[in-house]
Design a protein around this ligand. Structure first.
Ligand code: UD1
Length: 353
């Protein structure tokens, strides 16, 4: 990973105590001279991640406990700090919950994002990096062999995906009307694993310092890791009657540090390029059964796996076409390996206790 941006950017990161946000903060602290302010309401973000980030921050990190729905307070923070860049993670992300409680998703994701964009434009922010999702593509019909590219029609099948697509639109229209305001929208596929911590880990046993800490996990790899460490007695496969080779859902799992690096590259990218949208994934799919057997193999632990009905709002298969981000942003993944993803998830889970 190259060092970047000796110019000392002044960056606001919403949701910086959360899973993906904390990995981006870590990389920016380690790879740049930027000053970083985190706003997080700590609803799913973790104090443990924050403590680790402060340890490596050399005085360049500020934390403000705040909720983005508090528009006046958010505006005051912008007045005080004069950010040049905003990276926006803070959001609700559980698909089934969004189906049951759509208003929560439209308020917390779309409404709060709209206000954040408003404050950004009003206070001279030049770069806005937005955390979007493959869920904007919905249930792809006629999935191309080389995965979904950014031109693929968007058609979310759940309120989570729609709340993110609506936020994208606000961003696009706002940038169209304000020439000094640019964005990069990153559409994430399935992020997993924990801090690769290359410098301090031996090759075979990673030693993550930060990771996903939210107690009621819904993500497949996190749940499998919890089973492997014995925190859960069993897990479920949600449907084995999908039109896939083994009948279980297929996803493109990307290591969190590769995804985080795409944000670092995006800031650099906007120095000399226009606003754009990028998919971030490896372009390779694994089924639920592949993931579970990999977790069992790399941890040498067995656990009970049962079959359950399909989960509401789950598409059969989602794989990224990542050619655009590789070509235009020169982003290349370093940890493209399901075993490594599972190992870091497992080691982090052990550390969490
Ligand atoms: C979804 C979103 C993604 C979002 C993420 C955040 C879509 C298409 N994707 O990912 O954009 O960032 O949520 O929450 O909406 N599974 C099991 N058993 C389990 C857990 C999961 O079988 O205990 C299966 C699911 O049915 C799915 C796969 O594993 O086939 C992955 O599920 P999960 O890790 O929850 O992520 P997505 O739902 O794909």
């Amino acid at each position: 990973m190259t060092n970047f941006d000796a110019k000392e950017s002044n960056i606001l990161i919403t949701g910086g105590a959360g899973y993906i946000g904390s990995h981006v903060v870590k990389q920016l602290l380690e790879k740049s001279k930027s000053r970083i302010t985190i706003i997080d309401n700590l609803s799913t973000g973790s104090q443990k991640n924050l403590d680790t980030l402060f340890d490596i921050s050399e005085g360049r990190l500020t934390f403000i406990k705040a909720d983005l729905k508090d528009f006046e307070y958010v505006n005051e923070i912008f007045i005080k700090h004069r950010f040049d860049t905003v990276i926006h993670f803070a959001a609700s992300i559980v698909v089934p919950e969004s189906v049951e409680n759509p208003i929560k998703y439209y308020m917390n994701n779309t409404v709060n994002t709209t206000n954040l964009i408003k404050s950004s434009v009003e206070h001279g922010v030049g770069k806005f990096i937005f955390s979007s999702t493959a869920a904007v593509y919905g249930e792809p019909k006629n999935l191309p062999d080389d995965g979904i590219d950014e031109e693929y029609p968007t058609s979310p099948i759940n309120p989570y995906g729609m709340s993110k697509l609506m936020s994208e639109r606000v961003l696009i229209d706002t940038a169209m009307a304000n020439s000094s305001f640019k964005y990069v929208i990153l559409r994430y596929f399935n992020v997993a694993g924990a801090d690769a911590n290359d410098e301090n880990s031996s090759c075979s046993i990673p030693s993550p310092r930060i990771g996903q800490s939210f107690p009621n996990a819904t993500h497949l790899i996190k749940i499998a890791a919890e089973c492997a460490v014995g925190k859960r007695s069993k897990m479920f496969i949600f449907g084995d009657d999908y039109p896939t080779p083994d009948g279980t859902g297929i996803r493109d799992y990307i290591h969190v540090d590769d995804l985080a690096y795409a944000h670092v590259k995006a800031i650099e990218y906007l120095d000399s390029n226009e606003s754009d949208i990028f998919n971030v994934g490896y372009g390779k799919g694994y089924s639920v059964k592949d993931v579970i057997s990999t977790m069992k193999r790399v941890t040498n632990k067995d656990f009970i796996v049962k079959l359950a009905p399909r989960r509401l709002g789950d598409p059969a298969k989602l794989i990224a076409n990542n050619r655009k981000i590789k070509r235009k942003m020169n982003w290349y993944p370093k940890y493209e390996d399901l075993e490594f993803i599972c190992k870091t998830a497992y080691e982090w889970e052990k550390k969490l206790g």
